[in-house]
Design a protein around this ligand. Sequence first.
Ligand code: SAM
Length: 248
Amino acid sequence: MSDKSPRGSRASSENATPVTDPAFRYAESRNIYAKKLLELKGKVYADHDTETHRGKWRGTFSGPNREALHLEIGCNAGHVVSQWAARDPKTAYIGLDWKYKPIFRGAEKGLKHGLENLIFFRAHAERVRFMFAENELDRVSIFFPDPWPKKKHFKNRWVTADRLRDLHSVLRTGGILHIKTDHPGYFDWINDALQETRALWEVMSHTRDLHGGNPDAKKLQIPDVTLFERLFINDGLPIHQVILKALK
Ligand SMILES: C[S@@+](CC[C@H](N)C(=O)[O-])C[C@H]1O[C@@H](n2cnc3c(N)ncnc32)[C@H](O)[C@@H]1O
């Protein structure tokens, strides 16, 4: 897990308006992959295009109607979400990350494998409530969000009580929020945010050592573990997990 994410600086340098403000506008990017994403129209939505089908995302997938809609926040190049999509064609999947190149690579692979039930968003995850309508999602996964370990950077941590409220609003009643981290301090932070929003959730699972007691944890493969998770398991770090059900 990197603490070098440009998260704070990127958000503020794009525009004087905070990224969570309704009036926020994405700035044009000179990243060469920003242009390449346009080649994958319909497979990738970027920036404000991620806010054009609010409440209607399920209808944008080709093929049969999907029974559910799952979002992975911080999906990187979509290793996990692609495998989920391949295994579960009845569900529609969205992988979201703010990095251009990994999103391009993930979408390219999805096309190559003919995964009609998978699309990608290149966007700030902070905009989630502008992307999705209330009750639109059945499941949200956030695996190994950047921990921002230094106190002066805590303000950059993605999971906060406000974000949990946003996620609760876009999840249907009974929808699932799944969070994993290797960082004990960030897990404490997440638990504090959960305390603040405890009326919104039923805790389904809560552990500070997900793979403890599994002698074969190092053999676990994607999508049962993520790319980062495999590294942490190899380093002997315990994985912290919480699974929440949205109450309404
Ligand atoms: C530590 S990596 C974890 C990647 C993957 N989930 C895994 O477990 O292997 C965190 C990911 O979140 C993405 N990310 C961080 N902040 C974000 C934000 N505000 N909006 C969208 N993506 C973000 C990063 O680009 C990166 O791909």
